[in-house]
Design a protein around this ligand. Structure first.
Ligand SMILES: Cc1cc2nc3c(=O)[nH]c(=O)nc-3n(C[C@H](O)[C@H](O)[C@H](O)COP(=O)(O)O)c2cc1C
Length: 174
């Protein structure tokens, strides 16, 4: 149960970059995989799961993955998004993801901005449902940047320490 999984869903590579930074930051027995290649989830002491915010929410494949995490697992969630970090549109998808994993033990969350191509931005800005976040998205153009990835590494180590604490508490109690 000392194994850590870092699973991500990523369409254009931003969330994958964050997943790779988390993977690099952790030592020991760990696996980095796209969610479709993650395999059985029961063996992991800690599962990191990441996704891009899409249409204000969690993309369907990521939603399915989150729902499949076994009850009682230690979980850390991360996301990337075009909206400003403290805007509700950047926060709400993670809040929804937290509900999806409520059978597990959510240890913490991390999110940062992620760029979009100008072409995608222009196309999405045409549709009323995307207007609010697409107005903020141009300034995400350089993200995830080195600072975001350094923060992701700090998050990774913090989550690892928390999951070890949770394991110790459980073994003391039994
Ligand atoms: C179809 C589509 C919908 C998106 N919807 C949102 C959104 O609702 N809110 C937001 O903040 N960013 C939104 N984004 C921006 C992405 O979340 C952001 O670019 C993210 O970093 C992409 O991650 P990826 O490269 O791992 O796919 C959207 C991007 C696309 C392509």
């Amino acid at each position: 149960m000392n194994k850590t999984l870092i699973a991500y869903f990523s369409r254009t590579g931003n969330t994958k970059m964050v997943a790779e930074a988390i993977h690099r930051a952790l030592g020991g027995n760990r696996k980095l995989a796209a969610i479709e290649d993650a395999g059985p989830l029961a063996d992991y002491g800690l599962i990191f799961a990441g996704f891009p915010v899409q249409a204000h929410s969690v993309p369907l494949p990521a939603e399915r993955f989150l729902k499949s995490i076994p009850a009682g697992s230690n979980i850390a969630l991360f996301s990337t998004h075009g909206a400003f970090p403290h805007h509700r549109l950047a926060q709400e998808a993670l809040e929804y993801a937290a509900v999806l994993v409520s059978q597990g033990r959510l240890l913490g969350t991390f999110h940062c901005r992620g760029k979009l191509s100008l072409q995608a931005l222009e196309a999405l800005a045409e549709s009323p449902e995307h207007q609010e976040w697409t107005q903020m998205a141009p300034s995400a153009a350089s993200h995830p940047d080195a600072h975001d990835l350094a923060e992701a590494a700090v998050f990774a180590r913090h989550m690892k320490a928390r999951s070890a604490e949770a394991r110790n508490k459980r073994s003391e109690a039994s």
